[in-house]
Design a protein around this ligand. Structure first.
Ligand code: NAD
Ligand code: PRE
Length: 305
């Protein structure tokens, strides 16, 4: 594959940035990749494992001369990082991000950027429960979606080029409006994470009355929840605080359905339960029919922090 950008700067060296670096290297997609992480410890780890061609001690140094800058920090840190890099961006550069929420990131980042750069938000729909510089791997984005969320002023040629990079990193690329993105992701990712966090929290509370049996005999369904609920607390705190409206909307619908199922169980409405579960079973089949990799090979991959 050929080079898409001359110099890419990755700000925040965790799961997504490290996976991007390895995927860019795999495809020879950039001349040089610079990286910056906030803590000395992460920068030292990055240097030790060869993550990034050049690890910089300041965000300003990392973005200097870059034709693509990707913000790979938690959603709540995007604004501060943007303020830090804004005066050092090269005219004509593209600034993108990988945040799990889009409207709040657009509102936080956009106003700080000079008009001479292209701002093109994006979100790869791929991850694991691991985080930090050692957790990334080149295949993370293979056959997964990356949603590009252009803002009104986004230059079509710059959007096309960013899409080309994500395709070359293995992703299927699509475009989406920011508010629609946040609603869709509330359904497919954010509320499911909240439910997993809650279920594991309930089990943890119960541990005291079941003498650790909940953990010892945990069945497959619960184990899946524990994987999700092991995800980074900072990242997920920021997701919920920054996608408040869509999360609360979907959570409201979820609670209504839960109460309906609760009543069906209490009143012995077997047919109602059966019909409901038949409907939900079909959803998984339709995802499989659409050719999506439901049991993503990435799950469980990558090292813990
Ligand atoms: N993990 C996933 O499944 C996943 C998937 C898609 C998108 N995302 C999004 O990608 C972004 C990065 O997530 P990740 O999983 O790579 O996280 P991570 O925890 O592995 O890495 C985050 C990096 O940001 C740095 N950082 C944290 N707070 C900072 C601050 N205040 N200022 C500067 N740097 C800071 C950390 O030191 C770390 O280097 C987040 O916005 C997240 O919403 C995550
Ligand atoms: O695989 C996981 O562990 C994930 O949770 C990845 C996942 C998701 O919900 O699918 C999580 C957050 C992102 O913004 C995108 C992807």
């Amino acid at each position: 594959m050929s080079q898409v950008y001359e110099r890419v700067a990755l700000i925040g060296l965790g799961l997504i940035a490290s996976s991007m670096f390895w995927a860019i290297k795999r495809g020879g997609l950039a001349g040089e990749v610079t990286g910056y992480a906030r803590t000395e410890e992460t920068r030292a780890t990055a240097r030790e494992i060869g993550l990034c061609d050049r690890v910089c001690d300041s965000a300003a140094e990392a973005v200097e001369g870059a034709d693509l800058v990707v913000l790979c920090v938690p959603v709540g840190a995007m604004e501060r990082v943007t303020e830090e890099i804004a005066p050092h961006l090269a005219p004509g550069a593209t600034v993108s991000d990988v945040g799990s929420v889009k409207r709040a990131v657009i509102d936080a980042v956009g106003p700080h950027l000079p008009p001479s750069v292209h701002f093109i938000p994006a979100h790869p729909l791929a991850g694991t429960e691991h985080s930090g510089p050692r957790s990334g791997f080149a295949e993370l984005f293979d056959n997964r979606w990356c949603l590009i969320v252009p803002v009104a002023e986004s230059d079509p040629e710059a959007v096309r080029r960013l899409g080309q990079l994500w395709s070359a990193m293995g992703a299927n690329v699509d475009e989406m409006d920011p508010d629609h993105h946040d609603l869709v992701l509330a359904v497919t990712s954010h509320v499911p994470h909240l439910i997993a966090y809650t279920m594991v929290g309930v089990a943890d509370d119960l541990r005291r009355v079941t003498d650790s049996e909940v953990v010892k005999y945990s069945a497959a369904g619960f184990r899946d929840f524990t994987r999700i609920a092991a995800s980074d607390p900072t990242m997920w705190r920021d997701v919920f605080l920054n996608n408040k409206d869509a999360t609360l909307e979907i959570l409201g619908r979820f609670t209504e359905e839960l109460f309906a199922l609760q009543r069906a169980i209490r009143t012995g409405e077997g047919d109602e339960l059966f019909d409901y579960f038949t409907r939900t079973r079909a959803i998984r089949r339709s995802i499989l029919d659409a050719g999506q990799d439901v049991d993503a090979p990435n799950f469980g991959r990558g090292a813990a922090r």
